[in-house]
Design a protein around this ligand. Structure first.
Ligand code: FMN
Length: 180
């Protein structure tokens, strides 16, 4: 593997360089993540997107963020409704992740349920967070959506994991304590 450092300049130069983008994708592929689905209900009905750019932000108040492409229909639904859920997918939910990563497809109603506060989330997900939009920050070709938590649900199980462009399973021993 090449150790050559890559200098990326901001602005048009970085956007115009497809090699830098490809290398960036490859670099980020080494950052192993969980897999989530963001769902929002806009005037045209529900929309959902598989995303891995999800993280917690703050404990007081309870905030999370997700980064959605400007081409995303889900982003439009989040903007309009100012509400969204994030569902953390469980091991075995690869097909759900794939269904929510196809844009312009009919919304997969069979994959979702209503949370206790009435929002759509992915059935059998490991966890869901129901959010009110706190802020929306435009950064490059994505918007970072920050949500304040209204409601949460948690199930038992193992996570679906995304690594180097593929879904993988964690080889957790039964005695693993979750790092606590
Ligand atoms: C594992 C995985 C992670 C993804 N992460 C993101 C992400 O963080 N942000 C994003 O905008 N799209 C992400 N995508 C792509 C979206 O799922 C895809 O563009 C989807 O079609 C968007 O749907 P929409 O246009 O209906 O909102 C990811 C796809 C996969 C398979």
């Amino acid at each position: 593997m090449s150790k050559r450092p890559l200098t990326v300049t901001s602005g048009d130069d970085a956007r115009a360089d497809p090699l830098a983008r490809e290398r960036f994708r490859e670099c980020m592929g080494h950052f192993t993540t969980g897999v989530t689905v963001v769902i929002a209900e806009g005037p045209g009905g529900p929309a959902g997107a598989t995303i891995n750019s999800f993280t917690s932000v703050s404990l007081d108040p309870l905030l999370v963020l997700a980064s959605l492409s400007h081409t995303s229909r889900t982003l439009e639904a989040v903007r309009v409704s100012a509400r969204f859920t994030v569902s953390v997918l469980a091991r075995g939910q690869q097909d759900v992740a794939r269904r929510f990563s196809r844009t312009r497809e009919p919304f997969p109603h069979e994959d979702v349920s209503r949370s206790t506060d009435g929002q759509l989330y992915v059935r059998k997900a490991l966890a869901y967070l129901s959010c009110r939009m706190h802020s929306l920050i435009t950064l490059g070709d994505h918007d970072v959506v920050v949500g304040e938590i209204d409601d949460m649900g948690i199930e038992q199980g193992h996570p679906l994991v995304f690594h180097r462009g593929d879904f993988v399973e964690l080889g957790l021993g039964e005695g693993w304590s979750g790092g606590r």
